[in-house]
Design a protein around this ligand. Structure first.
Ligand SMILES: C[S@@+](CC[C@H](N)C(=O)[O-])C[C@H]1O[C@@H](n2cnc3c(N)ncnc32)[C@H](O)[C@@H]1O
Length: 245
């Protein structure tokens, strides 16, 4: 593939056009069973992936961190453990129902929660790290969302994305079976919302691949880009640093 064709392909995938109100309504509907579904779908591994992503943010006690699409607050909780004592985590999300659960979970921790769309972020060079776990693929404009997060970073700060990614290679038949059959079935039985969990495999297929995320990070001016693939290549962590000057 020529570089320009690759670039065009990548840019087409950046604008999903998803209506944030519909996305918020879907997450509000599944919020009561969201954590349980995560534990079941990943056989309990999702919290470890979040901890690995948080480790790549390289935070210290006293730092301030931003968690976008914070949902029920699992990333914010892991970030708070790294910045304590003296630091703060700001978590934003568009879904009020998800934030309500986060509020209960994070009581007593140095975490401030706000209902906001990533594209409305006004923060400028405030944070030592900005993270988004399993949220990027839902943004209406993925590039604009990441750019807003990068603006919020201090020079030298880190952007970390944890995301489900489409798989290629020998594991594909197995992962397709899980994503297309088992997850929607779990969604119907446990979350009583087959539609939301039928949306999941479709959104994973339209997610960026790890090389596409790395290219986007480079395109947004980040340096020292590193990535990790987990769970047979179905999960990726990509991290990059905002350069000084
Ligand atoms: C799959 S959940 C991930 C929640 C959490 N980060 C976690 O690790 O479990 C995706 C979250 O992204 C939020 N979201 C989607 N689009 C958003 C946007 N444009 N701005 C802020 N949050 C958004 C949804 O409301 C939802 O809570």
């Amino acid at each position: 593939m020529t570089q320009s064709a690759g670039r065009r392909g990548q840019i087409e995938e950046l604008v999903t056009g998803r209506d944030p109100r519909e996305v918020a309504a879907m997450f509000d509907a599944i919020s009561p069973r969201y954590d349980l579904m995560n534990r079941l779908m990943t056989i309990g591994r999702d919290q470890r992936w979040r901890r690995l992503a948080v480790a790549m943010a390289d935070l210290r006690p006293g730092d301030r961190a931003l968690d976008v699409a914070t949902g029920t607050g699992d990333m914010a909780q892991a970030l708070a453990a790294m910045v304590t004592p003296g630091g703060e985590v700001v978590g934003i999300d568009i879904a009020a129902g998800m934030l309500e659960l986060a509020r209960r979970k994070l009581r007593g921790l140095p975490v401030r929660l706000e209902q906001a769309d990533v594209q409305q972020l006004q923060a400028h060079e405030e944070f030592a790290a900005a993270t988004v776990a399993f949220g990027l693929r839902n943004f209406a404009d993925r590039r604009a969302g990441l750019e807003a997060m990068i603006r919020a970073l201090r020079p030298g700060g880190r952007l970390v994305v944890l995301e489900l990614v489409p798989t290629q290679g020998p594991a594909k038949p197995l992962t397709m079976l899980c994503e297309r059959r088992i997850l929607p079935l779990l969604g119907r039985v446990v979350a009583r919302n087959g539609a939301a969990y039928a949306y999941l495999p479709e959104s994973i297929e339209r997610s960026l691949t790890t090389p596409q995320m790395e290219a986007l990070f480079r395109d947004c001016g980040l340096v020292d880009i590193r990535s990790r693939r987990l769970n047979l290549g179905t999960v990726a962590i990509v991290a990059g640093v905002k350069p000084h000057g």
